[in-house]
Structures are given as structure tokens and as C-alpha cells.
Write a protein that binds this ligand. Structure first.
Ligand SMILES: *[C@@H]1O[C@H](CO)[C@@H](O)[C@H](O)[C@H]1NC(C)=O
Length: 233
């Protein structure tokens, strides 16, 4: 019974975070289209100032940028999607659960699967970004300020549930907190408790909180963040 409640709370937690995450992803997907449609269908995943580059120099940059800028696209990890889909399938064979938790888990599994294909977790020389690779003609979308965070703005990062990052099944959520986002947004949603006086008294550093489902190779991501000296409490 206890395990059941814990599992359920994790699912509910994941669902609520995923919800915000998906909304974020969709908004972001819509924005860069404006940026590229007026010129051509060529977008460079690794430069911020695509709009100001000529077509020719952009061609060169596409070829060179990965090596030059030390950009790492973190490997995709389908474990989380797989686990949810398998658990969903199992639950779908159990009376009652097949009408309640089962479909929920299956829906989450499908969402995770789609997002694992779509999203690239990218670490370049000075920042971490989330990029959408789902645009037609194989474009990689450059993400401007909104989904790109400087390593030196990190105040903390972690993987939840705690300790799962080193276990075979991997964690469910990737968490980090940064001070790049304007301060007035910090206390929205989950940031409210994370930035409360109580949390600060316990040693927390204030900043914007981010949660993502763990859809990439989290050990590789952690190694990148460690290499870049991202702050961790
Ligand atoms: C991280 O810190 C180490 C030790 O202080 C230093 O040698 C290294 O150059 C730093 N790396 C980056 C990317 O700043």
C-alpha cells in the first residue's frame, strides 16, 4: 500500500511537471519558425544569431560548428518512455487498474516517447539548451534566450528521485535552478516553495526552478554539467 502511494505520487508529480514542460516545448516550437521562414530552410543548431548570418557562412558553420564550439548533443535515452509503456501494458491486464492508472501511465509513456524523439538536450561551451528537432526538413531549431541557460547562472541541479541516476532504471526528473531568468518569475509554480524563506534558511539558493523528464542520457548530462563547473548544493 505504501509503495503504491509513493508510486502514485511520483506519477502525479511527473504528470504535473510534464504538463508545464510540454506547454513550454510547444510555445518554443512555434517561435523559431518565424526566424527561419523568411530566408531559407537552413537552420544552424549551434549558433544564436542565425538571422544575421549570410547563407554561405551559415553553410560553413553547419559543417564546423560542432567541433569548433565543443557542442555536445546528449544521447537520447528511451528508458523512461519504455518503462512507462511496459508498466502501462501490464496494468492494462489488471481489472480496475486497467481503467484507472493503466491508461494514465500509457499516455505518459507515449508522451515521453514523442518528446524523446523531439527534444535534444544540448551542451555547448557556455550554456545548456533544449532544442526541438521535430521541424520539417530535418531542421534543428535554434533556441534563443528562453530555453538556453548559461552554466554560470546555475545555482543547483539534481536528478529525482534522489540516487536513481546511478541505478539501472535511471531517474524520472532532471532538475536545475538558475538565476538567468528574471527574478519576478522565480516564485511561480514549483518555484514558490523552492524559493521560500524556509527553503533559503535550510541552505537553498534562490533562482528559477526547472524540471524535465529524464529523456536523455542523464549520466552524460551530469558529466557535462560537472565538467562545466555548474554549481551544485
Ligand atoms: C572547472 O574547475 C576546474 C578546477 O577549478 C578548472 O581546472 C577547470 O578549468 C574549470 N572548467 C571550466 C569549464 O571552467
Amino acid at each position: 500500500m505504501k509503495t503504491c502511494i509513493i508510486t502514485l505520487s511520483i506519477f502525479v508529480l511527473t504528470l504535473s511537471k510534464t504538463d508545464a514542460f510540454m506547454k513550454h516545448g510547444i510555445q518554443r516550437a512555434a517561435a523559431p519558425v518565424v526566424l527561419t521562414s523568411s530566408t531559407d530552410t537552413f537552420a544552424d543548431a549551434n549558433t544564436n544569431n542565425v538571422a544575421s548570418l549570410s547563407c554561405a557562412s551559415r553553410l560553413n558553420m553547419v559543417a564546423d560548428s560542432e567541433q569548433q564550439q565543443g557542442t555536445t548533443i546528449i544521447d537520447k535515452d528511451f528508458r523512461l518512455a519504455g518503462i512507462f509503456l511496459v508498466i502501462g501494458l501490464l496494468l492494462d491486464t489488471i481489472p480496475y487498474l486497467q481503467l484507472t492508472v493503466g491508461p494514465l501511465i500509457t499516455v505518459l509513456g507515449v508522451l515521453f516517447l514523442v518528446q524523446t524523439f523531439r527534444l535534444n538536450f544540448v551542451c555547448d561551451s557556455d550554456s545548456f539548451s533544449l532544442q526541438d528537432s521535430s521541424q520539417e526538413s530535418g531542421e534543428n531549431i535554434v533556441v534563443g534566450g528562453e530555453n538556453k541557460w548559461m552554466y554560470d547562472s546555475f545555482v543547483n541541479y539534481d536528478f529525482f528521485p534522489k540516487g536513481w541516476v546511478d541505478q539501472p532504471q535511471g531517474p524520472i526528473l532532471v532538475y536545475f535552478k538558475e538565476t538567468q531568468t528574471p527574478k519576478d518569475k522565480w516564485s511561480e509554480g514549483p518555484g514558490k516553495s523552492a524559493n521560500s524563506e524556509e527553503a533559503v534558511a535550510k541552505g537553498a539558493v534562490q533562482g528559477q526552478v526547472h524540471f524535465f523528464p529524464a529523456l536523455c542520457n542523464v549520466k552524460q548530462l551530469r558529466a557535462e554539467w560537472q565538467k562545466q563547473n555548474c554549481s551544485k548544493l
